[in-house]
Design a protein around this ligand. Structure first.
Ligand code: FAD
Length: 598
């Protein structure tokens, strides 16, 4: 198993230097979030994830969760590690002080989330879902619901879930069948079966709080008839203690490709008592609070996987001796050179490095937008942040998970045949991260959300605030010769994105299938371009630091070299996507269903 080391230097570069989190936090009123405080939290989080969580990753995969008579047991060590997580106050970090949280910014929690997920994807999902449940209750719950459920969720004594999927509906939630019948006391009785519920049952917490979508009697068909409920596994007594089972049971757990230590459950609701969140039939609207938070969490998983795989591959590539360098012997005292001398191995390592670091910058920026949405007083500034977040969430979710998965495949490849062997842990990273491309809306669904709903649905308006930032960045650096290699391509790709958007929009007016045919290529083009913008900004910051002093010179030079690799060897992939989508839907739709078989 590769040894995990939290990438603290790079995290500090992103948070403190690139995104100037100190000014950002002070402006938003997070007075406690000083650099000293952040450094102390990062140091503790590194220790905890490296020493407690990462060592459980492989054993978690081997043992998996077990189900017996409705109870789920997590692998050895998970219960104790979760207790340490709670005792360390980690669940409370970015939660409201009103409910027992520390009131620190969301973006700080995102960073900790990356460390947890790199160390152990399965473990990170248990507290990860609680964050989504909390965000939903905080945004849409009644005061009573908040008081009843939030303090224990914040503390980590209870955990949360998201119960959407049913056997016959995953993407198309409008088809859901779970029913909610009103009771005389204002509560509802929920009946139905949910599948694939992450952390739906386990032995880590005292109670599990399910956030469930269901249909009220007489509700309109489709997604307009979805309502949202909070349903505890164990009923909650008047005094707040947990009582009897509330008609919620775990029918089985899935045996799956990866994240074996996270229980993926069939959850049966048999007249379970639940409480309506938000207005009747507005469940999907409320659920978007959960889904948007969760999508950003999943984008973080993509970066976390790329980072973990990169660390393993880098250590191996420096150590493994095979063949001689094409350009002459580099290790004359050894029988062969380390494989890191070979250009193709470097291609893979640099792909991993540039995606992990670029993705970290993008996610860091997005998490600051979330801070702004929560804490900015000026409604106009908040509205701009919300619009940028809406645009960039599907891009980050789908692009960073697809490229994160690619990076884990490179990790296996760098190890050669040994990468295929379980002992090394590289194939586990690949198996574990595939799910990130699927849950919280598949890549295809994110791409439709981006192109159909967000971009074409607003006639391109949604692109404007982000495009404005990019224009200002390019103008600021227009005369800097050192930045020309980055600024010129960014400007060219920005213009091309506009052209592509216009062309797809035009075709879509004649044939709506053109949108679906273009969507994933459009998203990937946007992803490569967006990451180029963040790599451009990182190069700008690194150049500024190098001009100012010799401190940490190697780090900043490496940044510029990695930026150059990204622009020369990764960004051009976007052209392949542009060519594909320019060819339109015809070749995709020409085959009849019968002809697929020939
Ligand atoms: C390990 C695991 C954990 C999960 N955790 C949870 C959880 O905690 N809570 C929860 O509610 N759910 C959870 N899920 C469910 C997950 O969110 C769904 O599996 C996912 O949303 C896809 O739904 P589906 O499996 O029904 O696939 P389908 O919706 O049947 O999709 C099948 C394929 O068709 C494509 N497709 C569907 N519609 C369109 C369209 N309009 N345009 C283009 N392509 C389309 C999809 O992209 C996909 O490739 C989990 C799933 C797994 C495997």
């Amino acid at each position: 198993m590769p040894e995990y080391k939290a990438p603290i230097r790079d995290i500090k570069f992103v948070m403190q230097e690139l995104l100037d989190c100190e000014t950002h936090y002070q402006h938003l009123g997070y007075q406690d979030a000083s650099i000293e405080m952040i450094d102390a939290i990062l140091a503790e989080a590194s220790k905890f994830t490296e020493q407690v969580i990462a060592p459980l990753n492989q054993i978690g995969d081997e043992q998996g969760c077990t189900w017996k008579d409705g109870a789920v047991t997590t692998p050895d060590g998970f219960k104790d590690a979760y207790q340490q997580y709670v005792d360390g106050g980690w669940p409370t970090l970015s939660q409201s002080e009103e409910f027992g949280g520390q009131g620190l910014p969301h973006s700080l929690n995102t960073t900790i989330g990356e460390l947890l997920s790199s160390a152990n994807h399965s473990f990170a999902m248990y507290p990860g879902l609680s964050h989504g449940a909390l965000a939903t209750l905080e945004a849409h719950g009644t005061d009573e619901q908040k008081q009843t459920f939030m303090p224990n969720l914040v503390e980590g004594r209870w955990t949360g879930t998201m119960c959407l999927t049913e056997p016959h509906c995953g993407t198309d939630l409008g088809m859901l069948r779970t029913k909610a019948e009103p009771n005389d006391d204002g509560s509802y009785s929920l009946t139905g079966t949910k599948i694939f519920i992450s952390a739906g049952e386990h032995d880590l917490s005292e109670n599990i709080i399910h956030i469930v979508i269901a249909r009220l009697p007489g509700a309109p068909e489709g997604s307009k008839g979805i309502s949202l409920f909070v349903v505890p596994k164990l009923a909650i007594n008047e005094d707040g203690s947990v009582g009897e089972n509330n008609g919620v049971s775990c029918g089985s757990i899935e045996h799956k490709m990866g994240i074996n230590a996270n229980a993926t459950c069939v959850i049966n609701f048999d007249g379970a008592k639940g409480y309506l969140i938000g207005a009747p039939n507005r469940g999907l609207h409320c659920m978007f609070t959960f889904m948007n938070a969760a999508r950003l969490g999943v984008a973080n998983e993509g970066v976390a996987a790329a980072e973990a795989s990169f660390q393993g591959a880098l250590a191996y590539a420096k150590d493994r001796l095979q063949m001689r360098s094409l350009s002459g012997v580099k290790n004359p005292d050894g029988p062969a050179d380390a494989i890191i001398v070979h250009p193709d191995v470097r291609r893979m390592l640099l792909t991993q490095k540039s995606i992990a670091e670029g993705g970290r910058a993008l996610n860091g920026y997005l998490s600051q937008l979330v801070d702004i949405c929560h804490a900015e007083k000026d409604p106009e500034v908040r509205a701009v942040a919300e619009s940028k977040l809406a645009l960039l969430t599907p891009i980050a979710k789908a692009f960073l998970t697809e490229t994160g998965l690619e990076c884990t495949s490179h990790g296996v490849q760098v190890f050669g045949g040994h990468g295929f062997i379980k002992e090394w842990g590289m194939e586990q990273l690949m198996r574990d991260t595939k799910i990130s491309c699927l849950y919280e809306g598949t890549t295809g669904v994110q791409a439709l959300d981006l192109l159909a709903r967000k971009v074409l649905g607003t006639q391109g308006e949604i692109l404007k605030p982000f495009a404005q930032d990019i224009t200002e960045f390019c103008q600021r650096n227009a005369t800097d010769a050192d930045m020309a290699e980055f600024i010129k391509p960014i400007m060219a790709y920005a213009a091309q994105l506009q052209e592509i958007t216009g062309a797809v929009g035009k075709k879509a007016m004649a044939n709506a299938d053109e949108i679906g045919a273009a969507s994933v290529d459009y998203l990937m083009f946007s992803g490569y371009f967006t990451l180029a913008y963040f790599w451009g900004q990182m190069a700008e910051k690194a150049l500024e630091k190098l001009k100012a002093s010799d401190d940490d010179k190697d780090f900043y030079q490496a940044k510029i070299k990695t930026a150059r690799f990204y622009f020369q060897r990764i960004l051009p992939r976007a052209q392949g996507h542009a060519s594909c989508l320019a060819n339109g839907a015809d070749s995709m739709m020409a085959l009849t269903e019968d002809e697929f078989a020939f």
